[in-house]
Design a protein around this ligand. Structure first.
Ligand SMILES: C[S@@+](CC[C@H](N)C(=O)[O-])C[C@H]1O[C@@H](n2cnc3c(N)ncnc32)[C@H](O)[C@@H]1O
Length: 198
């Protein structure tokens, strides 16, 4: 399975802080929605073995599991509405037990550290960073878990957490990309088995 953990530093954790008319104003929720859409959708289709985890303000994590998603559309407002619904269901998430928000969407009371502990057990943890080792030189692992930041740098404590927890730090190229574009490059690398098969 492919997984993406995207750290949203400034996303409101209260659903009332999200206006679908102003997604950039909600902690760049527009960008995070594009990460979800790029993670789970193909053109006119959905990937079947991908999960995207949005860590919101190091407090809550919204997970989109492509295999069981229903009635989700790739536009940002549609994805944002699911995130808003998830945040509104926070009272149903007790301890580390998730709230089932809608098919394929769950909310957990977990910040970055707990989310990495949970998902890293299932695969190889890869920190995406422009100063990492070239992607082209790496072999695609069986069950990669990629970790990205939003429009901000990782904080010092996040960077040190990743330095300890990540199996690899990998760069997709010399330029700093938007997080959703980095997700797209990584999908292409995996889709082509490391640029080997087309
Ligand atoms: C817009 S960048 C973060 C910008 C942030 N201000 C910074 O300086 O890192 C969003 C995320 O995309 C990923 N990313 C962007 N460019 C990348 C590259 N060339 N290689 C690997 N990951 C990249 C990183 O995870 C990064 O944290």
């Amino acid at each position: 399975m492919r997984q993406f953990v995207v750290v949203g530093h400034d996303v409101p954790t209260d659903s009332e802080g999200i206006s679908l008319a102003d997604l950039p104003g909600a902690g760049r929720l527009d960008l995070l929605c594009r990460c979800v859409a790029t993670g789970v959708f193909l053109s006119y289709g959905i990937r079947d073995d991908v999960a995207v985890h949005l860590v919101c303000a190091d407090e809550l994590t919204v997970t989109f599991d492509a295999a069981s998603l229903r009635h989700l559309h790739p536009d940002e407002r549609n994805v944002a509405a699911r995130i808003r619904d998830a945040l509104a269901a926070r009272a149903d998430a007790i301890g580390h037990m998730p709230a089932d928000v809608s098919p394929g969407v769950k909310l957990r009371r977990m910040g970055l550290s707990a989310t990495l502990d949970r998902v890293a057990a299932d695969g190889t943890l890869i920190h995406l960073h422009e100063e990492g080792a070239p992607l082209v030189d790496a072999d695609p692992p069986e069950d990669p878990v990629f970790v990205l930041s939003d429009h901000n740098d990782f904080t010092e404590s996040e960077a040190s957490l990743l330095a300890d927890a990540a199996d690899r730090r990998v760069s997709v190229g010399p330029n700093r990309l938007h997080a959703d574009h980095a997700v797209s490059v990584v999908h292409n690398w995996l889709d082509t088995d490391g640029y080997a098969s087309y």
